[in-house]
Ligand binder design. Structure first.
Ligand code: PXP
Length: 242
């Protein structure tokens, strides 16, 4: 069975919409653990649009399951990772103007910077996963870099709008997954996975960890909405007289 890494970035997105203290992603991490999360995943973006440095520091002290930090290969981000020492760092591409991570890290184009980032993280004793497209060439470079794991980008699969497109992109993931497993890599995947599309990916042979964020946070907002309204309504009730 695949394990579940819960990405809590978008709990912080709601907080940052008001620059206030709620909802606290640290609380969300604790609740995710109570719900059975096998890992907590956060992406400390260079523009700090959601997760803040304080969140990462507190999570490092409080998370009891695996803490997976997603970050860019930029030396500043690698330095933070080396200082905080999460259980795993997943190296991702990052562009400031993107809404979310679009496409995997191209480890062929960015070989020198990726090699340096991996070296520094390994020297700090941190396991490294590379978030890459499901391409055998990218996987071969990951193997040469000596990382423990790859996380295959499931965006193309998630964006497929036809059954044939979904079958084709799922086959690409399975093929790349088999290639990674044969080379001894741990196989993770994520991005755009939802309650509707996750099962075929979870069933790919050797799938170890799925990182899922937006869909879980979106559902949490709605499944908790009536109760939140009831609690506010109760405060507005007239005081009992006498
Ligand atoms: N895995 C990686 C490497 C990501 O960058 C993201 C998005 O931050 C996710 C998984 C989670 O994607 P989603 O929020 O679409 O579930």
């Amino acid at each position: 069975m695949a394990t579940l890494g819960v990405n809590i970035d978008h709990v912080a997105t709601i907080r940052q919409a008001r620059r206030t203290v709620e909802p606290d992603p640290v609380w969300a991490a604790a609740l995710a653990e109570l719900g059975g999360a096998d890992a907590i995943t956060v992406h400390l973006r260079e523009d700090r649009r959601h997760i803040q440095d304080r969140d990462l520091e507190v999570l490092k002290r409080t998370v009891q399951v695996k803490l997976n930090l997603e970050g860019a290969i930029a030396p500043k981000m690698v330095a933070i990772a080396c200082q905080v020492k999460p259980d795993q760092v997943t190296l991702v591409p990052e562009r400031r103007e993107e809404i979310t991570t679009e496409g995997g890290l191209d480890v062929i184009t960015h070989l020198t910077a990726t090699t340096e980032a991996v070296r520094r993280l390994h020297d700090a004793g941190i396991a490294v996963s590379l978030f890459i497209d499901p391409s055998p060439r990218q996987i071969d470079v990951a193997v040469a870099l000596g990382v423990a794991a790859v996380e295959l980008h499931t965006g193309a699969y998630a964006n497929a709008t036809t059954a044939a497109g979904q079958r084709e992109t799922r086959a690409e993931l399975a093929h790349a997954g088999a290639h990674a497993r044969a080379a001894g890599l741990t196989l993770n995947a994520g991005h755009g996975l939802t309650y509707r599309n996750v099962v075929p990916v979870a069933r790919i042979d050797g799938m170890h960890e799925l990182n899922i964020g937006h869909s879980i946070v979106a559902r949490a907002v709605l499944v908790g909405f009536s109760q939140a309204v009831r609690e506010m309504k109760a405060l507005l009730a007239p005081l009992p007289s006498g």
